[in-house]
Design a protein around this ligand. Sequence first.
Ligand code: TMO
Length: 323
Amino acid sequence: MKTTLTRFATAAAVTAVIGMTTVGSAQAEDSGDPIIIPIHNWSSQIVMSNAVGQIFESLGRNVEYVTTDSQAVYESVRLGDVHLELEVWEGAFGKSFREALEKGGLHDAGDHDAVTREDWWYPMWTKESCPGLPSWEALNDCAELFATPETGDKGRYLDGPVDWLKHGKERAEALGLNFTVINAGSAAALWAEIGAAEKDKKPVLVFNWTPNFAEAVWPGEFVEFPEWEDGCDKDPAKGPNKDALYDCGNPAKGYLKKAAWDGMEDKWPQAYCVLTKISFTNPQIAEMAKLVDVDEQEPDEAAENWLADNEAVWKPWVEACAS
Ligand code: TMO
């Protein structure tokens, strides 16, 4: 029932917007070819991509979604195989994004309002048995608390899926951490790990990020590693270990950008204009993730519900590009 009602609400909003945009529009028309939007493997990105796709559809655009690797996507945008990326997280993707920018073919289409962080993280109960946290220097003394049969006497750190390329193994090595880094197969495996530890308040260390639904479910903290310095992934002189890369934490106040294929503006000027106006906040992005990861909605349905409940957020972006 909720879905039916919100479908009507969205349709009404869409009609209103189309009515406005078709009057006196003198600029070149957007192409009828589909705008191809890449989808990755974490919920806010999937919901946001569907929400923006539905906004484009409300303007009469055709949209296709393709599931792509979250690092390789920057090469795909650059080549115009997909046309934009809605969540460029500095910690995970800054390097791939910068490399693609240098090669040319894609550009920075502006920042979201959101401030992001992605790093080693623990639910707050972990600190009771390892009170030196959040400093990374407390980790080795506590390593055995995190040991499992799989890791022997080393601690276990459950990193994100490999395509998020967190360089966890290199970080552990560069900082001499007595931890085995294991890549989760999916975001869901991270939530399962925290959920399984919750009942007995077992210490766990997993990859996590903000904005995300998790912060409202499990209070917790990021481990404070040596502060990120530009070049820490390229220049061994950066960070405390002068012989190693990746001996810094990820940026603690990272950006969240949008990226666009250079040809997008000419081909779909109105949709491109809307893309440049889009700016989601931390709570909005956390809510998008929650609709899927907690409320168990399908991503397209979550996007539809989010748009119906937040017209005051997104309609001004469309209106700003109406002529
Ligand atoms: C790429 N991610 C936002 C899940 O860290």
